[in-house]
Design a protein around this ligand. Structure first.
Ligand code: NAD
Length: 247
């Protein structure tokens, strides 16, 4: 039995960077979760192992509660000790004005970013309680939660607002159990999420707008996530940390 880090959406971007850097941060075992991108997840797993940690590849569509439950049943078989969770899997949606946010689109965004993230956190909490070694969770929000993302994707921004509210409530519920829960708010970060949401040139257009004058990298977000998960942040809970270049 040794410590186990679970990273959802580890096939690409921020999740892949966090999983890859986990070995440097003392994690000996890493669950590399993916939805559809098995090749990406295999690349991440290979990098995890090249850093000296053991990788476990697990698939689940986080918009499907049963799939999440099954995944956590498999994780339980790994006999985790202290558990870390990076609740990272998420999607954006095409740029649109508020009037164009159809119920189907909003349901899709909330299905992954809110219902998925909440169920992942809930299943992880059950696992942490079962193994009784405490742990830490980092939920991945977005600067959009406080900016609102007008004319871009207010639905996405609102979904991340829900992630933050969940973080506050859950953190307080479980603080006395030795479980810390925090969230991170990335700003404009160089990953494929912008292209997947139909805006491949988003960072070319607005990547220079943060006070630091540039977009951030997935590695820069991963550093903050891994600090929040570590014992170096032992007195930090119920906190939402910006990694936005000052935006
Ligand atoms: P990404 O597209 O590179 O990675 C997203 C990951 O989530 C992928 O591994 C993808 O497969 C997974 N995923 C998506 N839907 C899924 C589903 N239904 N089931 C299982 N897995 C699913 O994007 P990223 O930029 O690395 O985003 C990671 C997180 O960071 C997301 O929650 C995103 O909202 C947040 N974020 C990103 C930025 C940014 O600028 N890149 C800014 C703020 C917040």
């Amino acid at each position: 039995m040794s410590d186990l880090l679970i990273v959802t959406g580890a096939s690409a971007g921020i999740g892949a960077a966090t999983a890859r850097m986990a070995g440097f941060n003392g994690w000996s075992r890493v669950v590399v979760h993916y939805g559809r991108d098995k090749d990406g997840a295999e690349d991440t797993a290979a990098m995890v192992e090249s850093m000296g940690a053991q990788a476990y590849l697990l698939q689940a569509d986080v918009s499907k509660p049963k799939a999440i439950e099954k995944m956590f049943a498999k994780i339980s078989e790994l006999k985790p000790g202290k558990i870390g969770l990076v609740n990272n899997a998420g999607i954006t949606a095409p740029t649109a004005s508020f009037a164009d946010l159809t119920p189907d689109r909003v349901a899709q965004v909330f299905g992954v970013n809110v219902f998925g993230a909440l169920e992942v956190a809930r299943q992880c909490l059950l696992l942490m309680r079962a193994w009784d070694k405490g742990g830490a969770m980092v939920n991945v929000s977005s600067a959009s939660a406080r900016l609102g993302s007008p004319h871009m994707y207010v639905d996405y921004a609102a979904s991340k607002g829900a992630v933050e509210t969940m973080t506050l409530g859950l953190a307080e519920e479980v603080a006395a159990e030795g479980i810390r829960v925090n969230a991170i708010r990335p700003g404009l970060i160089e990953t494929a999420i912008h292209a997947k949401g139909g805006a491949p040139d988003r960072l070319d257009q607005i990547g220079h707008t943060p006070p630091m004058g540039r977009p951030g990298t997935a590695d820069e977000v991963a550093e903050a996530i891994l600090w929040l998960l570590s014992d170096r942040a032992s007195y930090v809970t119920r906190t939402i940390m910006d990694v936005t270049g000052g935006r």
